[in-house]
Design a protein around this ligand. Structure first.
Ligand SMILES: Cc1cc2nc3c(=O)[nH]c(=O)nc-3n(C[C@H](O)[C@H](O)[C@H](O)COP(=O)(O)OP(=O)(O)OC[C@H]3O[C@@H](n4cnc5c(N)ncnc54)[C@H](O)[C@@H]3O)c2cc1C
Length: 415
């Protein structure tokens, strides 16, 4: 009997998990699908802010891989990928095991760029995983406790005012307010300061959205230090280009860089963390390697590449397209080119307890909703449905706008 084709999915985030589940359905018993992830459970990143503020419990936003994947005949490998030899088709793991593959689907996401600011990686907390979210929550609570014990005031400094920094500031204000009430500490004595290099928060959004976010944050008591980049962190001192702030808790939300594993693969990678792919989401120069999620850098020659953002929605879409194209490639059938959809909308962000922002290119028109109760209900409802029906929810077939069928299915077209 011929050996089964080995398909290896690297990463168990939105992209990797969806791709693995779809692949298992697409290839059936023709191939063996395995997924490698360094965490034991999938955690839904957009919900981490609500874990920090205590509105959702860790169990409500996580889904353990082992039972879900084994029920679909997928092998789960709980390990850390060290490097990948694309030519020899081998992956080296931290456990010193080696995995061989015929096809690879890379969905390793990105990692925080803390190393660019001296002292940042040593002192600041990143926000990427559930463990990071719980560390931030604990540190914020300790900050309030320190005020109660020592008197005076304490500061929580968030470095970076993109969507993550803005959303975190709102949720931390909400957490600190509750902790201050519980511990009978005046809220003004726990200051939350959002620091940014740019003149406004949310640099990727239209001005109307930026202005709204600015006003909403200030009205909830978040302080903003704009046009004043962090140059170094020394102990508890956050040194800015003008002045410095002493902080009990320092958090980095200033951006991400390519997952270091990508650099070992010998593939072309851009500065923001993407492997250059063609429209079928195949890595250039390696037809047996498909890419999904934040690791994708869709080459500009493929129309609409400029609309792609690193977010959960595009991770979900690219996973679907990459998985199906991999399965088509295995069957020697034509692949389909990926077209990001929709092209103006990027996402939503909550600002503490009261506001919801729509972020994105066209979002200025619909940027504000007073939606606390509604959004929280929606988040809880979505998570409830997702946890109950996780098996069928993740591999949903997305109905994007019509996707052109590739004229030349085998073409990978070097740039
Ligand atoms: C706090 C936070 C909030 C966000 N909020 C939103 C939002 O509201 N809306 C939105 O659209 N997007 C949001 N995003 C962005 C969105 O979550 C990402 O764009 C999306 O998750 C990317 O999916 P991915 O599968 O490509 O990567 P990831 O979700 O980063 O998954 C990468 C996977 O690879 C694994 N991995 C990494 N390195 C290794 C290794 N060496 N070995 C083994 N496994 C490894 C990780 O454990 C993980 O399973 C948020 C992100 C964060 C961090």
């Amino acid at each position: 009997m011929a050996a089964r084709t080995r398909i290896l999915v690297l990463g168990g985030g939105v992209a990797g998990l969806r791709a693995a589940l779809l692949l298992a359905g697409e290839v059936g018993c023709r191939a063996q699908v395995a997924l490698v992830a360094q965490e034991p459970a999938f955690a839904f990143p957009p919900a981490l802010f609500h874990v920090i503020s205590g509105k959702l419990s860790p169990a409500e936003v996580t889904l353990p891989y082992a039972p879900l994947l084994s029920s679909r005949g997928i092998t789960f490998i709980h390990d850390t990928v060290l490097d990948v030899d694309v030519v020899e088709r081998r992956v080296n793991l931290a456990s010193e095991k080696q995995l061989a593959f015929d096809f690879l689907l890379v969905a390793l996401g990105t990692t925080p760029t803390m190393a660019q600011v001296p002292g940042m990686s040593k002192q600041a907390l990143p926000l990427k995983t559930l463990a990071d979210a719980l560390d931030i929550q604990e540190s914020a609570r300790q900050t309030v406790a320190a005020v109660r014990k020592q008197g005076g005031e304490q500061r929580i400094v968030i470095c970076g005012a993109g969507a993550s920094g803005v959303e975190l500031a709102g949720e931390l204000r909400s957490l600190a307010d509750e902790a201050c009430r519980d511990q009978e500490v005046s809220r003004e004595r726990v200051r939350i300061i959002l620091v940014a290099a740019g003149q406004r928060p949310l640099p990727a959004s239209p001005e109307t959205v930026q202005d709204y976010a600015l006003r909403a944050l200030v009205s909830t008591g978040v302080e903003l230090e704009l046009s004043n980049p962090v140059v170094a962190v020394d102990g508890r001192q956050v040194q800015l280009s003008r002045g410095s702030i002493e902080a009990q808790t320092i958090i980095w939300t200033g951006g991400n860089r390519p997952n270091p594993v990508l650099e070992t693969m010998g593939l072309r990678v851009n500065s923001t963390g993407g492997i250059f792919t063609n429209g079928y989401l195949q890595a250039y120069g390696a037809n047996h390697v498909f890419v999904a999620g934040d690791c994708v850098h869709l080459s500009d020659q493929w129309q609409q590449a400029r609309f792609m953002r690193k977010n959960a929605w595009y991770a979900f879409q690219t996973a679907g397209v990459a998985a199906r194209n991999l399965a088509q490639s295995l069957r020697r059938q034509p692949m389909r080119a990926y077209r990001p959809w929709p092209q103006g909308f990027v996402g939503v962000a909550t600002l503490g307890d009261n506001d919801l922002l729509f972020l994105g290119r066209e979002a200025g028109k619909i940027h504000v909703r007073k939606a606390d109760a509604f959004y929280r209900w929606l988040t809880r409802a979505a998570l409830f449905v997702y946890r109950r029906t996780g098996r069928s929810w993740l591999p949903w077939r997305h109905s994007a706008s019509p996707v052109p069928v590739a004229e030349d299915a085998s073409a990978t077209g070097e740039e």
